[in-house]
Design a protein around this ligand. Structure first.
Ligand code: ADP
Length: 156
């Protein structure tokens, strides 16, 4: 069974993230969405809220697992016996960052874990969680950017 880990802060989980998960399911048997928990980083939604939001998107999809994660990605990969890290690339900025991460992770993991980069769909490549946070802060409508299940959770 091929397992991919999709790591991120998902603050909040957007349609761009959901698209990567959907496409990842065509390549892997299982996609584990690993929500990074960093006590030093301020987030709009708490780790528990993000967990709930994402779980509600995949309640009917047994091939998607959602978990909180703290520490090194390679340790998580070993623990889950995952084959690959799944990442989305929107721009050269993402690309440069992911290239470094992929090289380091391949070097420090044992067995070596590959990184699979999927290009963002053109219509989603400008979508960033930080923009959604800004819009939410000003009370703007964000329904075009978030999965319905996440919107429902936020409204609650
Ligand atoms: P963001 O960068 O928007 O704050 P994350 O850090 O949670 O979001 O991103 C987790 C992963 O999802 C990264 O690999 C990132 O490149 C990818 N990603 C984020 N937004 C998109 C998008 N709109 N399309 C494709 N991939 C995305």
């Amino acid at each position: 069974m091929k397992t991919a880990i999709f790591p991120g802060s998902f603050d909040p989980f957007t349609l761009g993230h959901a698209d990567i998960v959907q496409r990842g399911l065509q390549l892997f048997d299982k996609v584990v969405i690993a929500i990074g928990v960093n006590p030093d980083k301020k987030t709009l939604f708490s780790a528990e809220e993000r967990l709930q939001q994402i779980c509600s998107c995949y309640a009917d999809q047994p091939r998607v697992e959602v978990m909180l994660w703290q520490g090194l990605m390679v340790d998580l990969a070993r623990q889950l016996q995952a084959d690959c890290f799944l990442k989305g690339v929107r721009s050269v900025v993402d690309f440069e960052y992911e290239r470094t991460m992929a090289a380091v992770n391949a070097q420090i993991s044992d067995p070596s874990v590959e990184t699979c980069l999927l290009y963002a769909r053109p219509e989603l490549e400008s979508l960033q969680s930080s923009v959604v946070r800004e819009l939410l802060h000003h009370g703007a409508d964000v329904s075009a950017f978030l999965p319905q299940a996440v919107l429902s959770q936020i409204k609650r």
